[in-house]
Design a protein around this ligand. Structure first.
Ligand SMILES: NC(=O)c1ccc[n+]([C@@H]2O[C@H](COP(=O)([O-])OP(=O)(O)OC[C@H]3O[C@@H](n4cnc5c(N)ncnc54)[C@H](OP(=O)(O)O)[C@@H]3O)[C@@H](O)[C@H]2O)c1
Length: 282
């Protein structure tokens, strides 16, 4: 199919994604950057994943984002992987590069940019990471270069936390696993500087009334980072507000990971003032 001078199609592959903010973000970026890119939601069932990925080539789609629950499963259908993806084991962006599908992870860049823009440093800090899915693995990859003192890793399914620990053991010293729903976890939270929620707990319409940690474990010296962005102030972050801790919503990371994907598809750099404006308007 001839793609020259044609408008470009991009989108999001996932399940139950009707509430996604990604179309709004990407169509805003395309508009402001003068790019003829259009972003669509492809809400598919698990058995349709292979065909959906194949159709990227067939329909000459420029690329897609990938979200829950397909970030891991999609890897088997791609032609090439970015080096970092091989370690992270999750893809959130596919680029159709001359009919080769290349997998990237811009959640990693999104987290990095969010931390940088908020002035959050991890040097010699103790960190609690809640979750052991694709997003948590991208954060582990980021943390390997941050000279942290200690990571406490906690996940509902213990075996997945153990898998993450095994995969990153050689890159990060001092990873300790603490049991989900345990006093040990609350103690780890109490003594840590930065607490990161990489689970859907707190998310609107699903787990809105839930926090992955208790209010009593939070203090004003801490930084709470939530990857959930809807609502902006989750239960977890509301605990931070009550305790006068610093809180960061997932909206920042969401925008930065989207910018990362947009830049891969368009080969254009998005300036910071555009990103700031976008975050303010969401
Ligand atoms: N702001 C952003 O840019 C951004 C980017 C990526 C992800 N996220 C958000 O981060 C969260 C995780 O995403 P992901 O890509 O890592 O998903 P994922 O690979 O499916 O992993 C989900 C993680 O959440 C845990 N979890 C799910 N339901 C739970 C529950 N009811 N109680 C306790 N733990 C639960 C899972 O634990 P088990 O192993 O026990 O199932 C797993 O560790 C999602 O809410 C996603 O929307 C935000």
């Amino acid at each position: 199919m001839n793609s020259i001078k044609r408008d470009k199609i991009t989108g999001l592959i996932g399940q139950n994604i009707q509430g996604s903010l990604s179309p709004q973000i990407h169509n805003y970026l395309a508009n402001i950057m003068g790019q003829k890119y259009h972003y669509f939601l492809f809400d598919i069932e698990p058995e349709e994943l292979k065909k959906a990925v194949e159709s990227i080539k067939t329909l000459d789609i420029r690329g897609v984002n990938v979200t829950i629950p397909y970030k891991k499963d999609v890897i088997q259908y791609l032609d090439l992987l970015d080096q970092r993806v091989k370690k992270i084991g999750a893809v959130n962006t596919i680029v159709n590069e001359k009919d080769k599908l290349v997998g990237y992870n811009t959640d990693l860049d999104g987290f990095d940019e969010m931390a940088y823009s908020k002035g959050i440093t991890f040097d010699h800090k103790k960190v609690v990471l809640l979750g052991a899915g694709g997003a948590a693995r991208a954060i582990m990859y980021y943390l390997k270069d941050q000279n942290i003192d200690q990571i406490y890793l906690s996940n509902r399914t213990m075996s997945k936390a153990e898998q993450v620990k095994n995969d990153f053991n050689e890159l990060i010293d001092n990873i300790s696993i603490v049991k989900w729903d345990s006093e040990e976890k609350e103690s780890a939270v109490k003594e840590s500087d930065i607490i990161i929620n990489a689970t859907p707990l707190g998310m609107e319409n699903r787990h809105e009334e839930q926090s992955p940690v208790k209010l009593e474990s939070i203090n004003e010296e801490q930084i709470l980072i939530d990857l959930v962005y809807n609502p902006r102030v989750t239960k977890f972050l509301s605990f931070g507000q009550k305790r006068n801790a610093k809180i960061v919503s997932g909206i920042e990371m969401l925008v930065y990971q989207a910018v990362g994907s947009f830049e891969l598809w368009t080969n254009e750099e998005v300036e910071y003032h555009v990103i700031d404006e976008l975050i303010k308007n969401l």
